[in-house]
Design a protein around this ligand. Structure first.
Ligand code: IMP
Ligand code: MG
Length: 179
């Protein structure tokens, strides 16, 4: 039994991912040279992307991680609960948030507001995947790897029920496995 039996279609192959991440890294290097940005990875989905991306940014940078979850129940939407906060200060620093996929925009909207309130010098977002079809809140995303159509994808950090993060490429999960 192989993980690939659960995938109906490959959305991005390992080669596709490598090309996209290399291009993003070169653009980010040019934009941030001399600024020593902090790349903030959102756990856990961005871990593989973060690991590959920073190797393609050939200039000084720091990394940090944050883990948030959307509130459910009584809290209004658009707020997130911090499960793990940043380990360092963002005051006066250039922040680049690293996300695996943007769907509704809820998660990033809240994180941007939070980091703004801590006096970052600048805040931008890099996402590997953008799924604009389900967007509810507008988010300015400076760096987008690629847009994908609706459908639940897994692999390269992205999970279904905490599984499939270790698949080395991104694929559509067979709908019968999650519906
Ligand atoms: P948003 O707040 O709706 O933009 O949520 C984005 C988050 O939802 C991502 O960081 C993922 O954790 C998760 N997510 C959205 N779409 C998918 C998907 O197709 N596969 C796996 N996780 C997803
Ligand atoms: Mg996520």
């Amino acid at each position: 039994m192989s993980l690939k039996n659960d995938i109906s279609e490959v959305v991005l192959s390992e080669e596709d991912i490598d090309r996209i991440v290399t291009d993003l890294g070169e653009t980010i290097k040019k934009d941030y040279e001399g600024k020593t940005p902090i790349l903030v990875g959102l756990l856990k989905g961005s871990v593989l992307f973060m690991g590959d991306l920073i190797k393609k940014i050939d200039t000084h940078l720091e990394i940090d991680f944050m883990d948030v979850s959307s509130y459910v129940g009584t809290k209004s939407t658009g707020e997130v609960q911090i499960l793990k906060d940043l380990s360092g200060s963002v005051d006066g620093r250039h922040i680049l948030i690293v996300e695996d996929i943007i769907e509704t925009g809820t998660t990033l909207n809240s994180i941007i507001n939070l980091i703004k309130s801590r006096n970052a010098a600048s805040i931008e977002i890099v996402t590997l995947l953008d799924k604009p079809v389900n967007r509810k809140l507008h988010v300015d995303v400076k760096y987008i790897g690629t847009e994908i159509p609706d459908g639940f994808v897994v692999g390269y950090g992205l999970d279904f029920d905490e599984k499939y993060r270790n698949l080395p490429y991104i694929g559509l999960l067979k709908p019968e496995l999650y519906s």
